[in-house]
Design a protein around this ligand. Structure first.
Ligand SMILES: [Ca+2]
Ligand SMILES: [Ca+2]
Length: 349
């Protein structure tokens, strides 16, 4: 069954009922004043490392051994890998000091049916193809309220009426992940793809997303247990970002070569052959944010049932604190919100 179109989009990201971790993320990473996050939104740029030389870009890590799975390319040029049905340990163990309570308890999760997942985040080029075929206007364009873009004067990512999927204020070509799309825009792309392909495309549930991210691993990142394990393994908040965006005091010391988004697939995939599950851009999931830990959650995981609830985002971004890039980390936004750090990838059964 196709998902029906949603109500017209509302305002751009706003303070309100926000998950604390998300509030911290947005407040720190985007500079949006927020309620209850305990962090000041007015960061001082005094520590800007503008004059400092960047270290040489770090070497990209070698990929792990890739599991032999069915692979395909659809008519929109989206590459997919078919993951088998199965079970896995979802969430974080009590021993993970970085985990929030909402990631616990570690529990057995079920993937009842095989599904194919795009090995890359949806790109600007793929989204352009959709827009050209349908004359679709994203909420950022339709409402005139825009999204987020980088302001070189203030060196911040800021809300802007001019910001949309074409205009982020930082360099993006067709190989970069599309951003400034809300959950509804992502679904519109899925619905178009469903018509073109005669297969029902959709967003992954968060259980599917974590299963695809972990690729059989149980560690915080599929490359290991520590933040350092992510050096050369993904586009994360690094020294190149800090140079452009001095407010990112939480950035790592190495230079991954990409201050903002990177072309998809610039870093090694996991053992399923799926790229950019840690960092680059956050990814919309087709799951309601349940606002609590997993203890009361029905498994297999429910998809979206209530549009008033927040939708789960996974994987962190080029701007995020490293804890947000872990396999089990969960944040959420309202369906109508969009920003310059969130995109999506598609799945189908
Ligand atoms: Ca980076
Ligand atoms: Ca990602």
């Amino acid at each position: 069954m196709m998902r029906p179109p949603l109500k017209p989009a509302g305002s751009i990201p706003r303070a309100g009922r926000r998950h604390t971790a998300l509030s911290v993320l947005l407040c720190l990473a985007v500079g949006v004043p927020c309620v209850g996050c305990g962090k000041a939104a007015d960061h001082s740029p005094a520590q800007a490392p503008e004059g400092e030389a960047l270290p040489e870009p770090i070497a990209v890590k070698e990929a792990p051994t890739i599991v032999d799975l069915p692979r395909s390319v659809n008519s929109a040029g989206i590459e997919l890998v078919e993951l088998p049905a199965g079970e896995f340990e979802m969430g974080a163990p009590d021993s993970d000091p970085m985990a929030n309570p909402d990631e616990k308890p570690l529990h057995r999760a079920v993937i009842e049916r095989p599904f194919s997942i795009a090995i890359h985040e949806t790109t600007v080029g793929q989204f352009r193809r959709f827009v050209e075929a349908t004359e679709y206007k994203t909420a950022a364009e339709r409402t005139g309220e825009g999204g987020f873009s980088f302001n070189p004067q203030t060196r911040r990512l800021e809300p802007s009426p001019q910001a949309d999927w074409r205009n982020t204020g930082f360099p993006q070509d067709d190989s970069h992940p599309v951003v400034n799309v809300n959950w509804d825009d992502a679904w519109a792309f899925c619905n178009w793809l469903s018509q073109v392909e005669s297969v029902r495309y959709r967003l992954p549930t968060e259980t599917e997303w974590e299963y695809a991210c972990r690729a059989g691993t149980g560690s915080p990142w599929f490359f290991g247990d520590t933040e350092a394990a992510m050096s050369g393994a993904g586009n994360i908040c690094d020294s190149s970002l800090r140079k452009a965006y001095p407010f990112a005091e939480w950035s790592m010391t190495w230079n991954d070569g990409y201050p903002f988004t990177a072309p998809v697939g610039s870093f090694p995939p996991n053992a399923f052959g799926v790229f950019d599950m840690h960092g680059n851009v956050f990814e919309w999931c087709d799951s309601d944010w349940n606002g609590a830990d997993y203890a009361g959650k029905i498994i297999p995981d429910p998809t979206v049932t209530d549009l008033e609830r927040m939708k789960v985002l996974r994987g962190g971004s080029y701007l995020s604190l490293m804890v947000f890039t872990r396999s089990s980390d969960r944040v959420a936004l309202k369906w109508f919100q969009r920003n310059a750090i969130t995109g999506f990838r598609v799945v189908h059964n």
